[in-house]
Design a protein around this ligand. Structure first.
Ligand SMILES: CC(C)(COP(=O)(O)OP(=O)(O)OC[C@H]1O[C@@H](n2cnc3c(N)ncnc32)[C@H](O)[C@@H]1OP(=O)(O)O)[C@@H](O)C(=O)NCCC(=O)NCCS
Length: 309
């Protein structure tokens, strides 16, 4: 099979959405799970739109040399201390064709050129993508349990200790958010914080927890509310108590919806609290890293949108 790896263009927008929609839904539906995306392929336009706005020119595709059809697509996000990898998809007709691996190699080469580790959040129930990354040199470094919770129309009723120390983030918080994430996770991504705080398309929310003693940011948590992706994250917190307050604040931003959130499996108090609130498990994910990794010091809550690693 011959194909060419090239940068995505605006003309690819609809075909990339079709590819994401069919690839992910096909994989889950042929593995005993419900579809991830509903409402038609255009619901996945949000990936192209957000990623091209955040990181223009950082989408790549594998194009079939004879038909000109797209066989696979992926996004990557260069940040200050790492590169993260966004949604990787191959068309089901081309699973096993080498297209996914060719895109991955392109992004690995880019990251090595920048001398930065490459990170992503990968489904622990998907042996196909696990193998793709693991065989190429990624190491699973951290495990998360994906949970979902139905939020009543009237809002999220629970008011855990510390909720009064949470408020919406502003641009002035960015330097402290960056400093905190670097301290706890060894990475920063000011561009992403800025994007969520500005919220130009009305999909995003970002909260900060202000430590009452020091007056400094002790955690932050964002979320996205879109039909294709209703996720809580990205976020980081110094401990479970701060993470619980942030999670309650963010869940309350989604009345009448059922957001999904990824919690570190070893954050026992946080996980138990989510169960007490009625949350249920739906999947597991790994933090996968190619290159150097600093173990998380606090609570890391990743997301896929924007992909954070
Ligand atoms: C994951 C996905 C992108 C892989 O793309 P692909 O084009 O099928 O993968 P490739 O053929 O390029 O490469 C797969 C590699 O994994 C290896 N592999 C696959 N299954 C394996 C297994 N069970 N054990 C060991 N290696 C395995 C293959 O041998 C190949 O490596 P090789 O070329 O060194 O032999 C594709 O299956 C897909 O789109 N799945 C649905 C969407 C998805 O899961 N996306 C990932 C989100 S994180």
């Amino acid at each position: 099979m011959s194909f060419t790896v090239r940068t995505m263009t605006q003309a690819d927008r609809h075909e990339v959405s079709e590819l994401i929609y069919i690839s992910i839904n096909y994989w889950y539906q042929t593995h005993g799970c419900p579809p991830i995306f509903t409402g038609g392929p255009s619901s996945c336009d949000v990936f192209f739109d957000v990623y091209e706005t955040l990181d223009p020119g950082c989408g790549i595709v594998a194009e079939h040399n004879e038909t000109g059809k797209l066989m696979a697509s992926c996004f990557y996000h260069p940040r200050e201390h790492h590169v993260s990898l966004g949604i990787m998809t191959a068309h089901p007709n081309h699973f096993g064709s080498g297209a996914g691996k060719a895109l991955l190699q392109f992004i690995i080469d880019f990251s090595e050129g920048q001398q930065k580790p490459l990170r992503l959040t990968q489904s622990a129930i998907n042996v196909d993508s696990f193998s793709l990354y693991n065989k190429t040199g990624f190491v699973p470094r951290h495990a998360y349990q994906d949970m979902f919770l139905e939020i009543p129309e009237a809002g999220f009723a629970h008011q855990p200790e510390g909720l009064s120390h949470v408020r919406p983030a502003t641009e002035h918080d960015i330097p402290e958010m960056s400093e905190l994430e670097f301290q706890l996770a060894g990475i920063t991504r000011d561009k992403d914080y800025q994007y969520l705080i500005e919220n130009q398309d009305g999909l995003w929310s970002m909260s900060v927890y202000i430590c009452p003693e020091s007056g400094k940011v002790a955690g932050f948590l964002g979320s996205c509310s879109h039909p294709a992706t209703n996720l809580i994250g990205p976020g980081i917190a110094v401990d479970d108590r701060v993470a619980i307050a942030l999670l309650a604040h963010q869940l309350n931003q989604h009345p009448g919806k059922t957001p999904v959130f990824l919690l570190p499996v070893e954050s026992e108090t946080l996980v138990r609290t989510a169960y007490d609130w009625g949350a249920r498990n739906c999947e597991m994910h790994f933090c996968q890293v190619y290159g150097d990794f600093q173990p998380f010091q606090g609570v890391n809550i990743p997301t896929f949108m924007p992909e954070t690693g």
